[in-house]
Design a protein around this ligand. Sequence first.
Ligand code: KE4
Length: 429
Amino acid sequence: MFDKSIKAFENANLFIPGGVNSPVRAFKSVNMNPVFFKSGKGSKMTDIDGNEYIDCVSSWGPLIFGHANEKVVEAISVASKNGTTYGASTEIETLVAKKITEMVPSIEKVRMVNSGTEATMSAIRLARGYTKKEKIIKFAGNYHGHGDSFLIKAGSGAVTLGLPDSPGVTKNIAKDTLIANFNNLSSVEQLFKENKSEIAAVIVEPIAGNMGLVKPRENFLDGLRKLCDSHNSLLIFDEVMTGFRVAKGGAQEIYEVSPDLTTLGKIIGGGLPVGAYGGKQEIMDMLAPNGPVYQAGTLSGNPLAMTAGLTVLNMLNQNVYDKLEIISKKIEDGWNKNIIETNTNAHIARQGSMITLFFSDKNEVINYDDALNLDVEKYAIYFKKMLEMGVYLPPSQYECLFLSSVIDEDDIEKLIISNRMALENIKDE
Ligand code: KE4
């Protein structure tokens, strides 16, 4: 079933560290060789052995309209005939920036970069420059990309591989990153008390997606807002995954809490490399060339990526989110029924089209400690069974599914039947 992928992985390992350009793709935590893909169309992906899968990862979020969406492909091919990059300004950058400010009211100005990591790294530098303070608070299990300041108790691929604190991050950097517990306001209050006026910013995934999906508890985000206001620190919402995914205005629209800065990525690139950070004009205007905080990028605002991103953003309307909700709810309900009827120790967390099926004795995961107690071995068996039945899930229990709007009724039926068979199979293991 995977002969060509196995060969391709051997070959990749000759030239690429770990055979991959991003660790989670190595399938290490699901104890199997990674699958190599050759094409995608709509809700399907095909690997180099010719196996077809329903894609439940959507490239970790960007592909909200599925693979090779006609409008996106057409827009990119037209744009590419005029060239691929100029290293100089283009009007489409302004159109994307304007669109983002219209969709996310807390963003008055926005700067484009090339990845979510660049967005979060730049946002905390800006916060430090603006507040003239040096420390930041992040949350155990949150992942904000691979910037040095964030690789402390990081989620996603870091926790997946058991590397939440990476070598290479100096003590001097690490000392300025304070760790709080997600959904635990008193852990944040305590850090503010111990570090008085030294905290530049609190950065949080408003809906955590890198320890599996963990929603904020009542008043958690509002409590962070109040703490930042009373200590003259900035609140940064890392919406690289949730932005334009869970609602047009992201998590901040759903939970009605306005951050000072927001980081974005994934969907705004329409499948091409894009990140962005934005917020209050007064803060953003601290950035060079007007202000003293420096940040730059050769391909930032690249015209192809902007074209793909704007095409996707222009297609996002309430009907899309309503459709995603119907699709996601049907899958959640079908899987919950299977969990009950197979008497499996598992439960589902969902926010819109972001879903995680947790293998756990507990009936909810609310923080990193809960996440560390998940049955990752059972998840690995489940992942493999679903893969063999033609369903592509995130190769880690510490990630989310990202469903696309092109998942149809046949896909839904197959996702529910496959889940049932995989859960029954696990019982027999
Ligand atoms: P990138 O640098 O990978 O574009 O974005 C970093 C990032 C920042 N903030 C949040 C909340 C994120 O989830 C991410 C990256 N997401 C992971 C998936 N959980 C990327 C997958 C990977 O590392 O290959």
